[in-house]
Design a protein around this ligand. Structure first.
Ligand SMILES: [Ca+2]
Ligand SMILES: [Ca+2]
Length: 247
């Protein structure tokens, strides 16, 4: 089977089933990745585990407690944030892990949306965007989306396979009041995990370039986290202020 034909086999399945997780293709330190968080070259090692030098958690129980109304969401617990001069770093401790949920329920989904007010100014950015259950929000210039997927296909000589992946898209508000991928970014839709995000049995770790987020050096940002275990209640949201560390 040609690679082109194989891609045609894989892509429709990946679009149908969107769940969680990544494969085991982690490459250690983030080098460069045009997908997901844009080009990154950072001091963080992205292996799915919380960085040893990371400051205290900025949230101790993000969003709701528990797995949502259907009982199979992913509960985000602690949220850690850090940065160097190139990237914003995030580690989300979750229960269950991405792999655990994949093993118990192979369905699609989304882990979290993070709205970023890149200048900590509610007068700039999106205007009265309706965030279900939470009400209208204003002032956010970026949205970090973390879709979860399942991909199935067939490899010549290996047979059928099924796996999971996790991606990280960076979006910006449109004039029409919606969100679109920042040009040059956008996670892969073909069913693999980009270099700037990885899961483990502890949670999910990611870096996103400050250039993509358009955060000035030394800036202060406001982040609205929306846990997707139950995205329709106000309790799924938390707002935190993060002052960028000067490396
Ligand atoms: Ca939670
Ligand atoms: Ca703003």
């Amino acid at each position: 089977m040609t690679s082109q034909r194989m891609l045609l086999t894989v892509a429709p399945v990946a679009l149908c089933v969107l769940l969680i997780g990544c494969n085991d293709s982690g490459s250690g330190a983030t080098s460069s990745s045009a997908a997901g968080g844009g080009k990154t070259a950072s001091s963080f090692v992205i292996d799915g585990k919380k960085d040893a030098g990371c400051p205290e958690a900025i949230l101790q129980e993000a969003g709701i407690v528990g797995r949502g109304p259907f009982g199979h969401g992913i509960d985000i617990k602690q949220v850690y944030m850090d940065n160097d001069d190139k990237v914003l770093y995030l580690f989300l401790r979750t229960t269950p892990s991405i792999a655990q949920r994949y093993n118990e329920r192979r369905s699609s989904g989304s882990l979290v949306d993070l709205y970023v007010d890149t200048d900590n100014d509610p007068a700039t950015g999106c205007k009265d965007y309706d965030l279900f259950g939470y009400g209208p929000i204003s002032g956010f210039e970026r949205k970090i989306v973390v879709p979860l997927g399942v991909v199935a296909g067939y490899k010549l000589g290996e047979g059928s396979y099924e796996s999971y992946f996790i991606t990280c898209d960076i979006q910006q508000p449109t004039a029409g009041g919606q969100w679109e991928n920042v040009p040059g970014t956008g996670g892969p839709s073909g069913g693999w995990t980009p270099d700037n995000i990885k899961d483990s049995d502890e949670g999910v770790e990611m870096v996103i370039s400050l250039e993509t987020l358009n955060i000035p050096p030394g800036g202060t940002i406001r982040i609205l986290l929306k846990e997707q275990a139950d995205p329709f209640v106000k309790e799924s949201c938390n707002v935190v202020i993060y002052r960028m560390r000067k490396p």
